[in-house]
Design a binder for this molecule. Structure first.
Ligand code: DOR
Ligand code: ZN
Length: 433
């Protein structure tokens, strides 16, 4: 079916009509005739390219009680995403062509958004032996992003070899930067709050030491490094240094690190336990500045659903992680748009064009993160910029409930999402297939 979006504002700019035909943007212009198209009144909503997440935990295979590919990708569509990268720390680990193809196929079957599996760097995330990166790259899943996320590739020799190896297929190593010897038993950010609360600290230097090392390694072998969930002001400085050198280093920040601080640990509510931990207001300010000036390339959710029994435990026993797909755009609007740091065009850059380019989805057979222009695939999301809503975990499509934004009022709401011209979300609800 063809669709006509009336009175929408591409990138938040002037209002126009957009017609979608055969999965592509066929026409953009004011006063387009209805013809045989199904008409949607945009009422001045902001039209963005479908969002692309570089960092989603879908938990399948292995922890289908916390999330499945189907439930996680539906949550993604409701959040305006048309593609997500599925992290490799599943059970079994996504360290073979068989597992990445399974995850990719489950994504196709569910149909809510594209799933680009991330391949593990090391066998079983063990940090010892490199996984068969080439066979994952050559598989139907066309893996380009490799990560042991959840764990750091801490062996410098192995990291160097992985960086060298992925050059053959234009891949990238996405590092979870956490020096393990500096974070033994760590529970929260190391600082004033951890001293007051008596919880073992996770110092900023544990992240920064790995980022500095890996930037040097990426430069040494002229390969691509991506730094996951940057959380400290010092990390932003290091990235600025590496970029000034012209090295092929990119980075992401999560919505929760753009808004929340380690003061929340004082509640002892494990909803606020995450890895890397929430940091200080000075770190939050530096992350916002880094995202605004492009030192940090993109936003990634690190959507990390956990079953109730893994989250409703005492702080020390609870697993780290927060859900984030359905709240990501709203938190970015709150922290970056409403504060005047980013306009909608820049939001599209940080949440669609750039993550798609880093993951090499922009040139895939079914491209993602492409500009809003005639002839491009109709991967779109439509956002009501005036909406305000209160986060209710029971309304989430995710199988898990661990959102740290529970009860908060947030701005902007995704009203529709289109995947190659087909609505996956309409009126803020899942669209019937
Ligand atoms: O908080 C986190 N949760 N950080 C990670 O690195 C892993 C993730 C998970 O898989 O739950
Ligand atoms: Zn991580």
């Amino acid at each position: 079916m063809n669709h006509l979006l009336k009175n929408v504002r591409p990138y938040g700019e002037s209002a126009t009509d957009v017609r979608l035909v055969d999965g592509r943007i066929a026409e953009i212009g004011t006063g387009l005739p209805e013809g045989s198209s199904r008409v949607h009144d945009g009422a001045g909503a902001v039209l963005l390219p479908g969002l692309v997440d570089l960092h989603t935990h879908l938990r399948e295979p292995g922890r289908e009680d916390a999330e499945t590919v189907a439930t996680g990708t539906l949550a993604a569509a409701l959040g305006g995403f048309t593609a997500v990268h599925a992290m490799a720390n599943t059970d079994p680990v996504a360290d073979t062509a068989g597992v990445v193809e399974q995850v990719w196929r489950l994504g196709r079957e569910a149909g809510h958004c594209d799933v680009a599996p991330v391949g593990a760097v090391t066998v079983g995330l063990g940090g010892q032996q490199m996984a068969e990166l080439g066979t994952m790259a050559d598989s139907a899943a066309r893996v380009r992003v490799f990560s042991d996320d959840g764990k750091c590739v801490s062996d410098a020799g192995l990291m160097r070899r992985a960086l060298e190896y992925v050059k053959a297929f234009d891949g990238v190593i996405a590092q979870h930067a956490q020096e393990p010897r500096l974070t033994v038993g760590s529970q929260m950010n190391e600082g004033v709050q951890s001293s007051l609360l008596g919880l073992t600290g996770w110092p900023a230097v544990a992240e920064e030491a790995i980022i500095a090392r890996d930037c040097l390694l990426a430069a040494h072998v002229d390969s691509r490094l991506h730094v996951c969930h940057v959380s400290t002001a010092g990390s932003v400085d290091l990235l600025r240094w590496a970029k000034n050198k012209g090295w092929k280093v990119t980075a992401e920040v999560t919505p929760h690190h753009l808004l929340l601080t380690d003061d929340l640990a004082a509640t002892y509510d494990p909803l606020y336990k995450v890895n890397p931990p929430l940091r200080t207001q000075a770190d939050v300010d530096a992350l916002r500045e880094g995202l605004a000036d492009g030192t940090i390339d993109c936003v990634a959710t690190d959507h990390a659903p956990h079953a109730l029994e893994d989250k409703e435990a005492e702080w020390g026993a609870a697993l780290p992680g927060m859900t984030g797909l359905e709240t990501a755009l709203a938190v970015v609007a709150l922290t970056m748009v409403e504060t005047g740091r980013l306009d909608w065009r820049s939001v599209a850059d940080r949440m669609s064009h750039t993550p798609a380019r880093i993951g090499r989805l922009d040139g895939a057979p079914e491209p993602q993160g492409r500009p809003l222009a005639v002839g491009e695939p109709a991967n779109l999301c439509l956002v009501d910029p005036g909406a305000r809503w209160t986060v209710d975990p029971h309304e989430s499509a995710s199988r898990s409930r661990n959102t740290p934004f529970v009860g908060r009022e947030l701005p902007v709401r995704v009203v529709a999402t289109f995947l190659r011209g087909r609505p996956t979300v309409l009126d803020g609800k899942p669209a019937p297939a």
